[in-house]
Design a protein around this ligand. Structure first.
Ligand SMILES: Nc1nc2c(c(=O)[nH]1)N[C@H]1C(S)=C(S)[C@@H](COP(=O)(O)OP(=O)(O)OC[C@H]3O[C@@H](n4cnc5c(=O)[nH]c(N)nc54)[C@H](O)[C@@H]3O)O[C@H]1N2
Ligand SMILES: Nc1nc2c(c(=O)[nH]1)N[C@H]1C(S)=C(S)[C@@H](COP(=O)(O)OP(=O)(O)OC[C@H]3O[C@@H](n4cnc5c(=O)[nH]c(N)nc54)[C@H](O)[C@@H]3O)O[C@H]1N2
Ligand code: SF4
Ligand SMILES: [Mo]
Length: 752
């Protein structure tokens, strides 16, 4: 049994005695509520219905209306409130798109706020902007281009922003009917290393536990994850975890203020005095986690802080790992991780003394060239004590977008069929039999490879459902050149984004999509804890000729392959859920979901329960991991790209209320600033072979010789050729030189 939170107030977990944390840097969530009311004032009853009955379209924590399955009380946050307007705003005036040159000067936020896309539109190379066309004309045009091309020269990409299981399922079926596996979704550039690493070691490809396991476990570890900003309602869970005596620790390159303490607005004790979350922060270098975790395991083994019986009976490869760790020197581990041997000892002791522990990780772990091995290092540590498959224990790659969990599971992915099945001739044959048509048997192009193909003139059609390659991939100039080279680009979206405004050598088509709340028959999303949740259609006014993506893709596929017309039909979303239940065994039960509140957690509260690992030998596998020696020359810095007040490429505010940093801030350690004689606000230039970034010093508790900047602005410094070996996630980090900028020009700084 997990310990229960104590209800009585407890000053030892308070963040501050100052009421409401007066004078502290943190977001004013009451103001956010007021702001949301003002912003949605023209459509308030509809906005309220969405909040009250819909499944949140923000992050992958998951809700039904404003409730969840972890704690009582209201579940809503400023992220959801900020995104609400995407669902409630009226249509834009299509004549605004008649000339894109003025629009190209606007920011992403300004483009979005123009309103929803109401009609299909087209722009040919010689035209200044878009003009309206009919759905028939649009679909015929796209079908004609696809028929004139070959399947290997097509690309389909799906954002996971708001995207639901039914959309993923039907669209991937349609794309495969058109003969290609060149389809990918945002999971690729997010948690794909986690899926691969989990599958190859413990045999499952998703979070093994539930959010409930956070509350009352002994130890809750966050590695490269800033849930206070990115899954904000978790601060409630963290508060109750503290009240239940759970110890929280953070491994990061930055002492994230939101992970240190927070004033949870809906809990009186916390709203007044705040809650102190992290007991300890272990600061590491960007990319230093594997070395830190290897060092932790060295200590654990040396001190006997491991569960030998679990290791012997339920795992393989431990002896190899142990032998390898013996060859790793402390100086090497300290140099790579940036942490001391003593801090690794302190962490190892905490893990060793815990009987139960949950490990949560996010982009600080996955978005590296060694993303898959970073994840395996966390799995290794958890396996030393059997921290999986039982209550209060688990491995949790906490997901980003709402519903992104379902993307690859539904098969909307270049490297897997529905059910996460690898692309092999055998799996292709079995899915072909169910669907009644041949599907391609080889892996397709992943997201970044589509851009490479485009850049080389090897892509004839790029169909992008939402998303914004121009702002989510490294080297924006390269991406821009690549996008312009594709003869037909199709953007099916709800709003205008920057990538749509780029011309093409031939044609750009815009198609208006519905939001998840406008889809007749309702839809489902899968959240991080594998809960499949029904989101009903919310009655309200509708936007022009906007249509659900699933319908449009099936219609397109029928025009491309009229011979398959009968096989590419779903009467409604309920029919899709029937088929999903049949094709993807773990989703059995989805066919019964039909009302707000309906849900089930596939696989139950814990995967691998009772240490039953669905691997070929029924055992969990330790991995021997070699952290790469990384030499950082004097005068150079590591830099990572982070989130501020934004939802991915959609930037919302100049200043992040949690960190206090503005968009152009370069977060830098006080140690480095002192060495370089820099002060807060000093203008600096970050430079490397890829590009230049101009910003201002913002002194913050980051690891020395490590910097942080916001993306998408920082993408100019990222090298597109750096990708992880197994899944191809871009490395969203870089090495840079730093120069001070004086008003009269730039003078290189003497190295630190
Ligand atoms: N408000 C808001 N919420 C969001 C999003 C959003 O844009 N805005 N996006 C959604 C999406 S798609 C996702 S994937 C999630 C992302 O959620 P996170 O991954 O939490 O988001 P980031 O801001 O990228 O934070 C990465 C964290 O890793 C740390 N870090 C960077 N490099 C390293 C490293 O090498 N090692 C370690 N240990 N730490 C490192 C950074 O300091 C930072 O704390 O958020 C989701 N929720
Ligand atoms: N430098 C750097 N780059 C990163 C990251 C990083 O940490 N650093 N993080 C990466 C991560 S984790 C992720 S998940 C990706 C995100 O990659 P994407 O999912 O591709 O990008 P988003 O910015 O989330 O997409 C938002 C766009 O989708 C469209 N959109 C919004 N809502 C809807 C909808 O309901 N339907 C449709 N059809 N379209 C919609 C809008 O045009 C909006 O501009 O970015 C990655 N890029
Ligand atoms: S924490 Fe995530 S799921 Fe919950 S309301 Fe906020 S954005 Fe939505
Ligand atoms: Mo993400």
């Amino acid at each position: 049994m997990l310990r229960k939170p104590k209800k009585s107030w407890n000053p030892s977990i308070w963040a501050s005695w100052k009421p409401f944390g007066i004078g502290e840097q943190y977001p004013n969530n009451y103001w956010e509520v007021f702001r949301a009311v003002l912003e949605n004032a023209d459509n308030l009853p509809y906005a309220w219905e969405i909040l009250n009955k819909g499944v949140c379209d923000g992050c992958a924590l998951g809700t039904t209306g404003m409730k969840d399955w972890t704690v009582d009380g209201i579940h809503v946050c400023n992220v959801r409130l900020r995104l609400l307007r995407l669902n409630t705003m009226p249509a834009l005036d299509p004549t605004l798109l008649a000339n894109v040159s003025e629009l190209q000067k606007k920011s992403g936020a300004e483009l979005q706020s123009m309103g929803r896309l109401p009609y299909p539109m087209k722009r040919d190379r010689t035209e200044l902007g878009f003009s309206r066309i009919t759905w028939d004309e649009a679909l015929d045009l796209i079908a004609k281009h696809i028929q004139a091309s070959t399947p290997d020269r097509l690309g389909f990409y799906f954002t996971s922003r708001g995207t639901v299981n039914e959309t993923y399922y039907a669209t991937q079926k349609a794309v495969r009917a058109m003969g290609t596996n060149n389809l990918d979704n945002a999971a690729r550039i997010c948690h794909s290393p986690s899926t691969n690493a989990l599958k190859s070691t413990i045999g499952v490809a998703a979070t093994t536990c539930s959010y409930k396991d956070w509350i009352g476990t002994d130890l809750l570890v966050f590695i490269g994850s800033n849930v206070a900003n990115n899954q904000p309602v978790t601060v409630k869970y963290l508060h109750w975890a503290k009240k239940a005596g759970t110890k929280i620790v953070v491994i990061n390159t930055y002492r994230e203020p939101g992970m240190e303490r927070y004033w949870v607005p809906s809990i009186p004790e916390s709203a007044l005095f705040g809650t102190k979350f992290a007991e300890d922060f272990f600061l590491v270098n960007i990319g230093g986690d594997m070395a830190f975790l290897n060092g932790t395991m060295k200590h654990a083994i040396a001190n006997g802080w491991i569960d030998e019986s679990f290791i012997k009976n339920y795992t393989t490869n431990f002896d190899e790992l142990k032998a390898f760790l013996d060859t790793q020197s402390w100086s090497e581990l300290e140099q790579i991780s940036g942490a001391t041997r003593d801090s690794m000892y302190a962490f190892a002791k905490m893990v060793g003394e815990a009987n139960k522990a949950v490990f949560v990780w996010s982009m600080g772990i996955t978005q590296h060239e060694c993303g898959e091995d970073n994840v395996r290092a966390i799995i290794n540590l958890a396996l030393t004590k059997g921290f999986v498959g039982r209550e209060g224990c688990g491995l949790m790659p906490i997901r980003g977008h709402s519903g992104v969990q379902g993307g690859a599971e539904m098969g909307c992915y270049a490297t897997t069929f529905p059910g996460g099945k690898p692309i092999t001739p055998e799996n292709a044959a079995s899915i072909s039999e169910v669907w009644g048509f041949e599907v391609p048997t080889t892996q397709g192009l992943i997201a970044s490879e589509m851009i490479d193909a485009a850049a080389e003139g090897n892509l004839d059609v790029l169909f992008s459902v939402g998303g914004n390659f121009l702002e989510v991939l490294p080297e924006p100039d390269y991406v821009e050149r690549a996008l312009k080279r594709v003869p037909l680009r199709v953007h099916m979206d709800i709003v205008v984004s920057k990538q749509m405004l780029l011309e093409s050598v031939e044609t750009v088509v815009i198609l208006p999509a519905t939001t998840r709340y406008e889809i007749p028959g309702g839809v489902t999303e899968t959240n991080t804890e594998r809960r499949v949740i029904f989101s009903p259609e919310i009655p309200g006014s509708r936007i022009g000729e906007a249509r659900p993506e699933w319908e449009v893709f099936l219609e397109l596929a029928k025009r491309v392959r009229p011979d398959l017309a009968e096989k590419l039909h779903f009467h409604n979303t309920s029919a899709m859920r029937q088929e999903i239940a049949q094709v993807i065994p773990q989703y059995a039960g989805v066919q019964h979901l039909k009302e707000a509140g309906d849900q089930f957690q596939y696989g139950g509260a814990h995967l691998c329960f009772g240490w039953n690992f669905p691997t070929p030998d029924r055992k969990a596998r330790f991995s021997v991991l070699t952290p790469q020696e990384r030499y950082l020359p004097e005068g150079y810095f590591w830099v990572t790209t982070r989130r501020g007040k934004q939802f991915n490429s959609m930037v919302q505010e100049r200043k992040d209320a949690i960190t206090g940093a503005v968009r152009s801030a370069v977060l830098m350690s006080g140690v480095d600033a002192e060495k370089l004689e820099l002060q807060d606000g000093d203008a600096v230039m970050l430079k490397n072979d890829i590009g230049e970034f101009r910003g201002q010093v913002y002194i913050a508790p980051v690891m020395p010789r490590n910097l942080q900047i916001h993306w998408p602005e920082g993408n100019v410094l990222l090298d597109k050729s750096k990708r992880s070996p197994e899944v191809g996630i871009p490395d969203y980090n870089a090495v840079v030189r730093l120069e001070k900028v004086f008003s009269s020009g730039k003078i290189p700084i003497i190295t630190p």
